[in-house]
Design a protein around this ligand. Structure first.
Ligand code: NAP
Length: 330
């Protein structure tokens, strides 16, 4: 295969401490699967957890984190020929097998998505798992009858990876997007992505005893969970839907059943990790075409492998604004 040694960002856990940084690896250290020359990866909240000793995400040590990767197939694999631009994300990648923060990776052929024509690999990684999750959320709202003419749609955690891409995707599809953020300085960024208005996340963060509030939003893309999700459910219009994917605000859900049984509100669960490959490829076709968010340039910030240590800490501290994309191939 001709891959003698390559650069990798690796994390080694020892009890409560972690040693992480750039190292050299050989192909023998990679698991079985189709060999990919990795050109781009990206940084997700889950990568921060996988590279932290208390994150409870990594199942192996040492691990090359990176749940997203994009590059070129080195040999024929499955239905794809050598040289095909491919991406892969989710499943066990960067969790219980080495992921995208290295110049080479091996991934089972049945997990591979050929990168759709016209979508540069960097843009695919600006989207990445976070944007794929946003696209699944938007498509779930569509599937449940949330259309742009029904009224505004809320996006929580709006400056983060899922949130930023969801704002861009919904705006592209013609929805009136209300972006909820805890970053007061991010208003211009969010309107540049297509948000019609911006609200302070504090408005949704206080627990209240009222089981229902005035109906405001036709739907919501929520990656925050917790009290925020419980509060926004109280304000969803009759028959509206909420796509829930995350827990940056907590994994509890202090709600009553009233939004569901009095207003026919739908709570739609979104999982990107185990999405079957046919569905995965179909969603990526939409990401490359009508659901592709405007402003991928503004959403993505390029970093090098040796900047990962800093960025993996920052994402766990809620500092993400858009998406950090890792330029792996020099
Ligand atoms: N279900 C799935 O398959 C799937 C896939 C991808 C991600 N996720 C989950 O989705 C969530 C977001 O992922 P991401 O990659 O977008 O992360 P991210 O880039 O770190 O963005 C998360 C955003 O949430 C907001 N936030 C942070 N702390 C908060 C708090 N205490 N209360 C309320 N809001 C807070 C911040 O936005 P503002 O400052 O703008 O409020 C932050 O930028 C994570 O929980 C992740 O695990 C799930």
């Amino acid at each position: 295969m001709g891959v003698e040694s390559f650069r990798a960002f690796r994390a080694v856990t020892d009890g409560e401490s972690i040693d992480r940084g750039l190292t050299k690896m050989t192909a023998d250290e990679l698991p079985d699967g189709a060999l990919i020359e990795v050109h781009w990866s990206s940084v997700n909240y889950k990568d921060g957890l996988a590279a932290s000793p208390t994150g409870k995400v990594a199942r192996i040590s040492p691990i090359v984190p990176g749940i997203d990767l994009a590059g070129v197939l080195v040999d024929d694999a499955g239905d794809l020929a050598a040289g095909t631009p491919v991406l892969a994300h989710g499943y066990d990648i960067g969790v219980s097998r080495h992921g995208g923060f290295a110049e080479y990776a091996r991934v089972p052929a049945e997990w591979l998505v050929p990168i759709p024509d016209g979508l540069p690999a960097r843009d695919a990684m600006v989207v990445g798992t976070a944007g794929f999750t946003a696209a699944m959320s938007v498509i779930a709202l569509e599937d449940h009858g949330v259309t742009p003419d029904l009224g505004p749609v809320l996006v929580t955690g709006a400056t983060g990876g899922v949130g930023s891409t969801a704002v861009g995707m919904l705006a592209r599809l013609g929805y009136e997007v209300v972006a909820s953020t805890g970053k007061p300085a991010a208003g211009d960024y969010l309107t540049s992505l297509g948000a019609a208005s911006v609200i302070d996340r504090a408005e949704l963060a206080q627990e209240s005893k009222r089981p229902l509030e005035s109906m405001v939003w036709a739907g919501a893309v929520d990656c925050v969970g917790g009290v925020t999700l419980a509060n926004l459910l109280k304000k969803i219009q009759y028959g509206g839907s909420v796509a829930a994917s995350g827990l940056t605000g907590g994994n509890g859900l202090p709600t009553t059943v009233l939004p569901f049984i009095l207003r026919a509100v739908n709570l739609l669960g979104i999982d990107s990790v185990m999405t079957p490959i046919d569905r995965r490829r179909a969603v990526w076709q939409r990401i490359a075409t009508d659901v592709r968010p405007d402003g991928l340039d503004r959403i993505g910030h390029d970093i090098a492998l040796d900047e990962l240590d800093r960025v993996l800490t920052a994402i766990l501290q809620g500092e993400a604004q858009g998406r950090w994309v890792v330029k792996v191939k020099r």
